[in-house]
Design a protein. Structure first.
Length: 301
């Protein structure tokens, strides 16, 4: 393992752990309305990524984006999915549904595969198809055994998968991408915060320094994991990153159980088992297929 690979592993690991620990932060601001938290997340993320763009000099990517009306519309569509995802996630933490949110991010990789097959006409492998079937079985089990549709998990998985698809099409680097996304959302955030503070419901102008500090931290807590992930992605192959992404929902579930006192619902454990089986099939069947091809190619030589 080269020094660059080691640094990449550490950076990606730190990014996924920080993302997985985000429920602790959103639980700390649970008294504030999700829309206000989202608005501050947009504003302070814009400030942090704005400094990042200036330091890195990524203005050319943004100029290319602005020059294309089609790419701007694609960005707006992706940002719409991101804002619904963020708002749903913030609400889920404030209402003690972190475990179900984690379930959504377990489902997300296979939802992305399904979208790529339907929209981009990409081919689904047998491992991916088996994984999708297991995930569907897990969701169906929860509907039957627990008696409820896991709406939070499905909304998070679908919106983030669509967001990922949109970002793939727009193809912006991580920091300029988040800067552009938060810039698009800025007018909505400012209008909402203007109304909230004007009616005495806001927590930044009308609140104390405790709330101001917590709300301002939304920017670093959003941007720093993204910077670490970008550093890791530049040094690691996609297969390694793909396996490491499960650290995020695993951390979320552990945080929910051991720090936030949530409990897995009766019957929900089977849902998790089926989804973990699906992820195992999705992740390891292609690896086994590649392992079998290597000796065959060696024999032909």
């Amino acid at each position: 393992m080269t020094p660059a690979t080691k640094r990449g592993l550490l950076a990606a690991f730190a990014a996924y752990v920080l993302w997985g620990a985000l429920p602790v932060y959103f639980h700390a601001v649970a008294e504030i309305s999700p829309m206000e938290v989202l608005s501050h997340r947009v504003i302070w993320s814009l400030v942090v990524t704005g400094f990042g763009v200036m330091l890195l000099g990524n203005w050319s990517a943004l100029r290319l984006l602005v020059s294309s009306r089609r790419r701007m519309l694609q960005l707006v569509a992706a940002v719409t999915m991101l804002s619904v995802n963020w708002l749903t996630y913030i609400w889920s933490v404030g209402t003690d549904h972190v475990i179900e949110a984690g379930l959504g991010y377990y489902i997300c990789p296979l939802m992305s595969v399904l979208l790529a097959a339907v929209i981009l006409r990409e081919r689904i492998s047998w491992g991916q198809l088996a994984g999708i079937v297991c995930v569907a079985a897990g969701v169906l089990w929860q509907v039957v055994a627990v008696g409820e549709v896991p709406w939070i998990a499905l909304i998070l998985a679908v919106t983030f998968a669509f967001y990922g698809l949109g970002r793939k099409v727009v193809a912006l680097p991580a920091i300029p991408g988040l800067f552009a996304e938060t810039l698009v959302l800025l007018p909505v955030a400012l209008v909402y915060l203007g109304w909230a503070e004007g009616t005495g419901q806001g927590h930044f102008i009308n609140g104390d320094w405790h709330w101001r500090g917590l709300l301002a931290l939304a920017g670093p807590f959003t941007a720093i994991p993204l910077l670490l992930f970008a550093a890791g992605a530049n040094r690691l192959d996609l297969r390694t990153l793909g396996l490491m992404q499960y650290l995020n929902p695993t951390m979320q579930v552990l945080v929910a159980i051991f720090l936030l006192d949530e409990r897995i619902l009766p019957g929900q454990g089977v849902t998790f088992l089926l989804i973990w089986l699906g992820l195992a099939l999705y992740s390891f069947l292609p690896w086994l297929a590649r392992r079998r091809q290597i000796p065959a190619q060696g024999g032909q030589d």
